[in-house]
Design a binder for this molecule. Sequence first.
Ligand SMILES: [Zn+2]
Length: 277
Amino acid sequence: MPPKLSPSGALRFETEEHTLCGLCRTPYKSCECKGLKDNLHDWYVWHGVPSTMIPSAKDRIFVGLPPPPDNSSRTKLVKRWVSLVNISMIMGHFDANHWFSTKWESLNASMDARTKLLNEMVADYVAQLPTNTELTVLARVLGLQRRAIAGKVDGIAKEAWAALRIFLSGDWACMSKAGSKLLMNAFNTRDPKKYPRDDPHLERILDSGVSRIYGVMEMGFDKKGYCLAMEPGRRPCGVGTSTTLETSDERLISKKARKRKTTKESIPTKKRRRVES
Ligand SMILES: [Zn+2]
């Protein structure tokens, strides 16, 4: 049965045909990355299930699904995210349907009410990155560890801005785990005078939106999966994103690969310098 995108934005598809391990990019049943890092793995082993039969629930990505139409509404794109969370074995611990029916309408209104302030919050977060105590850790999870400080800051800032634009568009299936963490960080380090903690809109955006996405990404992706999104091969859709934002693979994975290549080529230069000095 071919995958089906309903007018509401929800997806229906045969899970196995559209699911890969995000790390090795093989069908998740034949993946040996052992991405399943929770107790379930031990449970399978305890019950004598052969390792090749243990489903790798972490770092699962979705591929080949019908893309949402350009300029899809935020609600339709969030519906798509809800479908993917429901299908994902491990993310499905979060009751996304219940969340959608009880939280989405008010969250959507709060996002409209605080769009400008969210942009300012990310700008403030990005501005203090050069002195941020987490800079090294953030650079490492984004594969930027070999860059000079300015390069690290630039790479992290780009992903933070991408995450905000994706968040506001509703196309959350294209948000990287790193991006969701950066949005959490922007909230956690915000100036309470400028972004009051009793502002109901901001609190709702944090509790029902940003924290939820990050929580789901934490469930679904492990430490190696920071550069992954649920749909890493699809360009984010939605108002204001379709023209310039790349896929999360283009933003993060291929850059890492390019960086490794550059580093290898730079070894003779380093040796040369040593000889010169
Ligand atoms: Zn794998």
